[in-house]
Design a protein around this ligand. Structure first.
Ligand code: FAD
Ligand code: NAI
Length: 474
């Protein structure tokens, strides 16, 4: 006897679990399968996908602990707090992080029970199309589903000939479980993971060197922000080498030796106790049997979908990291809700032009909408308002005067086209900008809205005023 569902969701990450919950709320009989190796105390795969198990949540927990450590080591004395040199207990830091992962992943199972989503531990794979939908395998069980939502996510891209043991040479999984502060840490890839994990271990005392293949730093961020970030991170002690070509990597029990060619074409090398390889992620479609049922892929190996996440197969949808667009948890969740609502006959919507991006370094970096270079390339006539946090009383009060808010608005219509922030609290401040973009607000709209004083959000307000060259405090 096979199990029958209106909708089967394959994958229990932010895309999959949200799709399952929303579809159940809309009255469908929903199953969600998950096959990761991160077992809970019952021996079942944990829900939450990359994000909760080996991504967003554990990395932010480590970033917070290491931030507090750095504040205690370097910022307290300046405010008159004398505590001596702080010590870090790495196993305790990891245990706290693991506790948060336990709590949240277990919480999703509780949400499944509350919403009557059937959790199916096991790997999902297509078998064939049927008269009423699809038949699939989940582990050893047969499942029939009217519709299928594929939310199988992504996995770390590895470099050829570099074996990841997640002890000495780590991808994101091992990087979140390093159990002593390395004396020297090498990172390949100065992207989001490289900067976040590099920050964690630099703050805790490691000497961190990041090797980046691209000639520039953070090339997809607004160029002003990237320049400022490079200056600040370098001053903090991250050694960032751009324009390198990685050569042979030798790893043993005690460390790794990385040969590379530097940006001037000179051979160079780096010895490190540990190496993190963070060179991007690739869509995860292994073992889905998708090719056999005719699911179409893009040239980059993503499942090919339209703007509503519909695939080429009837009743098959795909969302999150496994499809085009930024690989971000909140983007996956937006698509999840959209697909569930479209299946229910509602007008689901996900606007990929208003997905905020955040890098949780100190200072934080956050943006939404177009960069200045994108507007220039598109020939858009724009105006800009830029306000440094140095002119913001709250930023000085909390000892975080670095960075700025930059707002870009259409020169004629005044519609906000992009907001770019580097500074304390950027991850929260960007929410206002995302709302403004979704409501097609003009910079004047934000300029006319009262912002509480003293807050960091006043810098966003001032940037809106600055678009019209009438900033009041700068
Ligand atoms: P995933 O979270 O990858 O989930 C897919 C799930 O499907 C996995 O659990 C997998 O085991 C399962 N699966 C795959 N195939 C099958 C199958 N055939 N059968 C059953 N199950 C299957 N994003 C942010 O927005 N903010 C952050 O701060 C952030 N930090 C990150 C930090 C790190 C270190 C990493 C690696 C990523 C981070 N991300 C962050 C990205 C974020 O984790 C992903 O964008 C998000 O998890 C994508 O969700 P998803 O549901 O599409 O896929
Ligand atoms: P990334 O795409 O952010 O950065 C990868 C970097 O590696 C790029 O700068 C790239 O030029 C470089 N690179 C690629 N090949 C290389 C090579 N051979 N040698 C040297 N450098 C090379 O990818 P990353 O950091 O691995 O993160 C993966 C994804 O996970 C991110 O793109 C993001 O979607 C998500 N993520 C999001 C976070 C957030 O929202 N705060 C945090 C961490 C990850």
């Amino acid at each position: 006897m096979s199990k029958e569902f209106d909708i089967l969701v394959i994958g229990g990450g932010p895309g999959g679990y949200v799709a399952a919950i929303r579809a159940a709320q809309l009255g469908f009989k929903v199953g969600c399968c998950e096959s990761n190796p991160y077992a809970d105390p019952k021996g079942e795969p944990r829900l939450g996908g990359t994000c909760l198990n080996v991504g967003c949540i554990p990395s932010k927990a480590l970033l917070h602990t290491s931030h507090l450590f750095e504040e205690a080591a370097h910022a307290f004395a300046g405010q008159g707090i004398e505590i001596g040199a702080p010590k870090i207990d790495v196993p305790k830091m990891l245990a706290r992080k693991n506790g948060i992962v336990d709590q949240l992943t277990g919480g999703i199972k509780a949400l499944f029970r509350k919403n009557k989503v059937a959790f199916l531990p096991g790997h999902g794979a297509f078998i064939a199309r049927t008269a009423s939908g699809w038949s699939l395998n989940v582990g050893n069980e047969k499942v029939e589903a009217g519709q299928v939502i594929v939310a199988t996510g992504s996995k770390a891209r590895h470099l050829p000939n570099v074996r990841i043991d997640n002890k000495i040479v780590c991808d994101n999984v091992g990087a979140l479980d390093i159990d002593t502060v390395p004396k020297k840490l090498a990172i390949i890839g100065a992207g989001v993971i490289g900067l976040e994990m590099g920050s964690v271990w630099r703050r805790l005392g490691a000497e961190v060197a990041i090797l980046e293949a691209a000639p520039g730093f953070l090339p997809t961020a607004d160029a002003d922000i990237a320049r400022e970030a490079f200056k600040i991170f370098t001053k903090q002690g991250l050694a960032i080498h751009t324009g390198v070509k990685i050569g042979e990597i030798k790893a043993g029990k005690k460390g790794a030796a990385i040969a590379y060619v530097d940006k001037d074409g000179k051979p160079a090398h780096l010895d490190a106790d540990q190496l993190i390889v963070s060179v991007g992620r690739i869509p995860n479609t292994e073992g889905l049997n998708a090719g056999a049922v005719g699911l179409k892929f893009t040239e980059r190996g993503q499942i090919d979908v339209d703007e509503h996440c519909k695939t080429n197969l009837p009743g098959v949808w795909a969302i999150g990291d496994v499809v085009r667009g930024p690989m971000l948890a909140h983007k996956a969740m937006e698509e999840a809700v959209m697909v569930a609502e479209i299946i229910a006959g509602q007008a689901g919507y996900a606007n990929l032009d208003a997905i905020p991006g955040v890098i949780y370094t100190t200072p934080e970096i956050a943006w939404v909408g177009k960069t200045e270079q994108q507007l220039k390339e598109a020939g858009v006539d724009y105006k800009a308002g830029k306000i440094p946090f140095l002119a913001n009383g709250r930023a000085l009060g909390i000892g975080a005067p670095e960075g700025f808010v930059k707002m870009l608005a259409d020169a004629r219509s005044d519609r906000i086209l992009g907001v770019h922030i580097i500074g304390a609290g950027a991850s929260d401040l960007i929410a206002e900008a995302a709302v403004a973009l979704e409501f097609a607000a003009a910079s004047e709209d934000l300029a006319r809205i009262c912002h509480a004083h003293p807050t960091l959000a006043e810098a966003v307000h001032e940037a809106a005023l600055a678009c019209d060259k009438r900033a009041l405090h700068f």
